[in-house]
Design a protein around this ligand. Sequence first.
Ligand code: ADP
Ligand code: MG
Length: 413
Amino acid sequence: MNNLWLGIETSCDDTACAVLLETENSAEILSNELYSQIDEHKAWGGVVPELASRAHLEKIVPVVETALQKAKEKAGVELADIGQIAFTRCPGLMGSLLVGANFALGLAKDLEIAAYGIHHLEGHLAAALLNQSLNPPSNGVSLTETPFSPPVFSARRADEGNLNPPNLAVNVNTSPILRPSLEPPFAALIVSGGHTELYLVKDNFEYVSLGRTRDDAAGEAFDKCGKIMGLGYPAGAEISRLASGGDPHFYEFPRALQFSSLRAENATRNRKADEFLETMANLHKEEFSFSGLKTAVSRYISEHGEKFVQENMPNICASLQEAIVDILSQKAVTAAEKAGVGSLVLGGGVSANARLRELLQERCDKKGLRLIYPQKELCTDNGAMIAYAAILRKRKGKLEREVKVKSWNPLAE
Ligand code: ADP
Ligand code: MG
């Protein structure tokens, strides 16, 4: 059926598959399955590309089968009902991407349906918009409390042999749509293990880069600093958990490429020096740099000793987290303001961070900006976001059957 989508995500170390039912202005997630390869990689303290490809190959079939089984239980959907497949084609680890793309194209060929390659970062943005359409209604009824009638599908496939079948009549009581979908232009901050990007999102899926990291990504900063502190991999969620009981101002870790910190570090302050620093700050625009945090954390540990660090772990985690989310939220809000837009969309694994959401919300409120972020389970990589990114493109007539797999492919130059 033209309104049933399979979304496949294998760009890094998560093997993920979702079944989505496209509705008039939104989509219903019928299943969203994931196999996380953390156990395969944690002994190495990071993702090993070769191991990731092998694990995807082993897990893709069971993950897709489970997603289909759950969609069947929830809504009576069969594999033969799937109308099209969306898969991540870039950016990511080449071996990982190839497993997902190959599987998606093979399955699509067998089912005689179309498969569409999707940009992973567009998926992260789509996750926030999918969340928006799934928000609970203002009368306080949560999504799980909303009565759900399984869709009733016609027994016969009307689309046999047709790559673009018409929609079949589907009787489904979908979640209420509470707010109109967000129309461009808006600003976007994507923060994950591999990316830290600020965009101006224009109409027709046109992206303008407003800033990005010069070195480590925000999630990478969490993970690598966590590794130095002896925490598990990936460390983002663990640092966030420990930080909730700590003092964010226990120690001021450096905020890189920030005019105020550049000035603060400059001992001989005079007008010329200030002018220079101002020029530097403008040159950097909304660029980020997180690699220095690793050195700062290492130094802090060697200066204070392991025992002190263990005893003060919540405070140190809260301070480290504050340094990362402070700079992210500050620069994202400045970028959105400079771009003259009214909304900021947040996405990527780090957008699950509660303090980042809180500080961004506070700063957006001050500037009258609307902040939109994904529901927690859609922040990290998943198949639903890939299918929804394809749905958003289809609605605008911009969905192409692009199958080229690329390890690096910026959304905006
Ligand atoms: P990828 O970079 O592979 O696309 P994801 O989008 O799934 O990955 O994001 C994974 C990253 O998100 C990891 O670096 C992880 O540490 C980070 N992360 C997940 N949850 C949190 C959290 N609550 N706070 C901070 N970082 C988090
Ligand atoms: Mg990601």
